[in-house]
Design a protein around this ligand. Structure first.
Ligand code: NA7
Length: 492
């Protein structure tokens, strides 16, 4: 990371778009340098995905002590895998501690941002019509935040509460009620585990079953937290343990080749877990996927197979014909009467900063640049969009690594490009079209060999069916982020 701005550098004005995990990170780093920045946040609270998702059972699948900023360990976690509310508290406390909350303008959605070729500045339009001018835009607007509401006929005729999991409806009847749940990603599976004991009946509408990776969950005691406070090395020991970082690194390396021994080991583990836990052959058949483990993002759970076997839960594998006022009608005519219908149907993962209008050099729109698929050079920068940097942008996710770690490394990369501008060696930087094309060619070829491209549908795939995550190893990612190839940048 570069040093504090000591006044000899050009003083830039920065707009950070989004006050989620990545936006708060950018804010902290800019604050530490003494830079002039504002974070524009569309909502009334920071937290991004952890603000928006409040569904019962919400848990992060990265161990809590590995799901923190590297510079801000947190002794207070209540369990090995933290719940969403705790994580939201962590980000709010951290933003407060580092003094960045006052730099966030809440309820201030950025609706447009346009590059002025002549003056080499970005002009932002805010929701109320206000115009703002900055030198640098940091797009930290998140990945999984545009909800995917399924197009099921009759959905709007349902008489009970029907809602997407990221729009949790506190007025919906859950306790002692007949609840329908559509979707079996991490969200749907976590909701089954939280509701099985609360509802009268939970009908889980399953289009595709999921492979479940067994993990262990346990609570931290007061004594554990006291020990973490007194000796932060204990938290590092978890963060850098072979059980976590070693496994996730091996898994991420394995992802790059769907025939790899690592993927075979994951497959064996998931199969053994399923066969050991689910005793009823009919239910086991329903829960057995017809694709390789890890092709869809692996679902981690310590209790799903126990909960799904409870008498209150019914896994419905038939096709949904339509929603009716009192429930869901299946294609075979079966009717499930329901009080509440929960849609755990995921997100439109190809939106990123959109619907914000982004116009780069010569008025080129991001929508045009992304007509085939959203792309960014090494997931961070885009040709013809100078001084525009993305955190957790397209092709950013690296295996099952914590997105915090990924954003921190991306920030270190961005800093080195910003330094060129601060030191007067450039007024604007963007990758060359040729460098980006070369990156995309290599990335797509590698992506097709990854486990995500082995023949299943998932939010990892772009509209052309190519996996849109980092297709190489974690070490390759760390190396790429450590030093931008300056020759690949157009520096004006
Ligand atoms: P996911 O993982 O995208 O899962 C969405 C689920 O919803 C998945 O089971 C889909 O089935 C199902 N789905 C979507 N549309 C429909 C319709 N129309 N009918 C029936 N079922 C449908 O989203 P999550 O929120 O669970 O998790 C997203 C990420 O958040 C997760 O990977 C973690 O990284 C955190 P399909 O598999 O397409 O057959």
């Amino acid at each position: 990371m570069s040093s504090v701005n000591n006044g000899s550098e050009r003083k830039l004005r920065y707009a950070v778009i989004g006050a989620g995990m990545a936006g708060v990170l950018a804010a902290i780093r800019l604050k530490q340098r003494g830079e002039d920045f504002t974070v524009y946040e569309k909502a009334a609270r920071l937290g991004g995905t952890w603000r928006e998702n409040r569904y019962p059972g919400l848990t992060c699948d990265v161990p809590a002590h590995a799901y923190t900023y590297s510079f801000e360990p947190y002794p207070e976690w209540r369990a090995f895998y933290a719940d969403g509310g705790e994580i939201q508290t962590y980000f709010e406390k951290t933003a407060e501690k580092y003094g960045v909350t006052p730099h966030i303008r809440f309820n201030s959605e950025v609706v447009s941002t346009a590059w002025d070729d002549e003056r080499q500045v970005w002009k932002l339009g805010l929701i109320g019509g206000e115009q703002v001018e900055v030198d640098v835009v940091i797009a930290a607007s998140g990945v999984l935040h545009h909800v995917n509401v399924p197009d099921i006929p009759g959905l709007d005729t349902f008489e009970g509460h029907a809602f997407h999991t990221a729009r949790w409806d506190d007025d919906a009847r859950i306790d002692g009620a007949k609840v329908g749940l559509v979707g079996c990603g991490s969200t749907g599976i976590q909701i089954v585990t939280a509701l099985a004991d609360k509802v009268e009946k939970l009908v889980h509408f399953q289009r595709s079953p999921q492979w479940i990776m067994p993990v262990e969950q346990f609570a931290y005691s007061d004594a554990d937290r006291e020990a973490f406070r007194n000796d932060p090395a204990l938290m590092d020991a978890i963060r850098f343990s072979d059980e976590y970082i070693g496994n996730v690194r091996r898994f991420t390396d394995g992802i790059t080749d769907f025939n790899s021994p690592e993927i075979k080991a994951v497959q064996d583990l998931c199969e053994q877990y399923l066969n050991a836990k689910i005793t009823d052959p009919e239910l086991r058949a329903k829960l057995t996927p017809n694709y390789q483990a890890a092709c869809k993002r692996l679902v981690y759970s310590w209790c799903y197979y126990d909960e799904v076997q409870k008498p209150s839960v019914y896994v419905e594998t038939g096709g949904i014909e339509r929603v009716e006022p009192k429930g869901v009608r299946m294609k075979d005519g079966t009717f499930h009467e329901l009080d509440t219908l929960i849609l755990a149907t995921g997100f439109k993962a190809d939106r990123f900063i959109r619907p914000t209008t982004v116009l780069g050099e010569g008025g080129r729109s991001l929508d045009d640049a992304w007509a085939t698929r959203p792309t960014a050079y090494y997931a961070v920068t885009i040709p013809e969009f100078p001084n525009f940097f993305m955190l957790n942008g397209p092709t950013g996710p690296v295996g099952n690594f914590s997105l915090i770690d990924i954003a921190e490394r991306q920030w270190d990369y961005i800093e080195q490009l910003l330094d060129l501008i601060r030191k007067g060696e450039a007024k604007a930087v963007a990758p060359s079209a040729a460098a980006h094309e070369d990156y995309e060619e290599r990335r797509i070829a590698a992506a097709k060999k990854t486990i995500f491209g082995s023949g299943c549908s998932s939010w990892y795939l772009d509209a052309t069916g190519v996996p849109a995550s980092w297709p190489w190893s974690y070490d390759a990612f760390a190396e790429a982020m450590a030093a931008p190839k300056m020759a690949d940048y157009v520096i004006s």
